[in-house]
Design a protein around this ligand. Structure first.
Ligand code: ADP
Ligand code: MG
Length: 371
């Protein structure tokens, strides 16, 4: 299709977290990969300071004025785009008006971060449309701020960071404390297969807040013995054994998950650097057990999905991914075994639960780019 004068197209990927769960808000390590499901923004310049935003996913149009003195979120999907525009303006970037056409292949609300894909694609498009250059770390932080402050979602930086920095053929290990990162090679013969339980238990939000408080209680305990401890990131396995004895059992288990999970991410990075997918898969399995037994954020449906996957040949590793209490599992599967995997797991899950799962077969992808 011929483009209109000045029209440009940008896209940002969804993501899946391979290992490192519930570590982000403890200043720890995560290891997401960008996936080849994208949110695309087609932008056409305007001469005024208005945004006309259309989302194909919602068949809906919204108008926004940069000069609105009191922009507020309305609980509408467009908050994610307007929030980015407002946050960029508040950070001192003067944006030009534009029409934005949004279309996406990232499933919405499935835990694959359609929200960050939208924020980052829209933010990048708005800046480029205004001839403004910005580094990707800054863009990721501003998009996170938009989601935290404008939309009102208390999310970490992982989603926006991987939407900016993902690279095809790689996973990314991110230090959530320093934002240092390392790209790690994923061999070409492996697929990221994501199985959606289609379940979202009510508990998710309240238990998320409980876990955060439990981790804070753990930090207060360890800081009594080791004053330099300000987050569970600073707690070692030795500290856990030495100073965790008097903790209530539940707090001890929460801390043990976070401390061992951080160690697993470090080991998983080394495994990828040695192309040792077997070792990587074993770490995924250990992560799942820890999330199930120590952090207690799994559920019957996630456990069933992981058990079914583990029985299929050609699976290196399987575990729940995301906050838990439903959502998705991530499975590292040999490319030539994907068809059987999908068939067996879908059938087994439907038999066990009566629910038809969605399964997304993905490859790794690049971060935000213009097309
Ligand atoms: P996730 O990021 O896991 O997909 P979230 O609840 O964080 O789920 O974000 C989903 C929300 O992001 C949607 O309800 C909608 O408001 C917004 N969104 C995501 N993708 C689109 C899209 N293509 N068009 C419009 N809004 C979108
Ligand atoms: Mg999201």
């Amino acid at each position: 299709m011929p483009r209109i004068e000045g029209q440009r197209i940008y896209r940002a990927p969804g993501r899946v977290n391979l290992i490192g769960e519930h570590t982000d808000y403890n200043g720890g390590f995560v290891m997401p990969a960008a996936i080849d499901l994208y949110t695309q923004v087609t932008i056409t310049p305007r001469d005024d300071r208005k945004l006309l935003i259309h989302s194909e996913s919602f068949s809906d149009d919204v108008e926004f004025d940069f000069d609105d003195p009191h922009p507020i979120a309305s609980g509408h999907w467009s908050d994610y785009v307007c929030g980015v525009a407002v946050t960029l303006e508040r950070a001192g970037f003067s944006l030009k008006g534009a029409a934005l056409e949004i279309r996406s292949t990232v499933p919405i609300g499935a835990g694959l971060s359609s929200s960050a894909a939208l924020e980052v694609a829209a933010g990048y498009a708005l800046l480029d449309n205004s001839a403004i250059q910005i580094d990707r770390t800054e863009l990721a932080k501003l998009c996170q701020r938009a989601e935290n402050e404008f939309v009102g979602m208390r999310c970490g930086i992982m989603d926006q960071f991987i939407a900016c920095f993902g690279q095809a053929g790689h996973a990314l290990m991110l230090d959530c404390r320093s934002l240092d990162y390392r790209l790690l090679p994923l061999p070409p013969g492996v697929r990221l297969v994501i199985c959606n339980t289609m379940i979202r238990h009510e508990l998710a939000a309240s238990e998320y807040n409980n876990r955060r408080s439990e981790c804070e209680a753990g930090v207060r305990n360890f800081a009594k013995f080791v004053p330099s401890v300000s987050s569970l990131r600073n707690v070692t396995l030795n500290d856990l054994e030495g100073y965790g004895r008097d903790l209530p059992e539940v707090i001890y288990k929460r801390c043990r998950h976070v401390v061992t999970e951080n160690a697993r991410v470090v080991e998983a990075a080394a495994a990828l650097e040695q192309s040792d997918l077997q070792a990587f898969g074993d770490l995924m399995a250990a992560s799942h057990r820890s999330l199930r037994d120590d952090y207690e954020v799994s559920c019957a449906e996630l456990d069933t999905m992981v058990d079914l996957a583990t029985q299929v040949e050609g699976v290196y590793g399987a575990r729940m991914t995301g906050g838990g209490f439903g959502g998705c599992t991530i499975n590292l599967v040999k490319a030539d075994r994907v068809a059987e995997f999908t068939k067996d797991v879908a059938r087994g899950y439907e038999q066990a639960t009566g629910v038809v799962p969605e399964i997304y077969v993905c490859s790794t992808a690049d971060g935000v780019a213009d097309l």
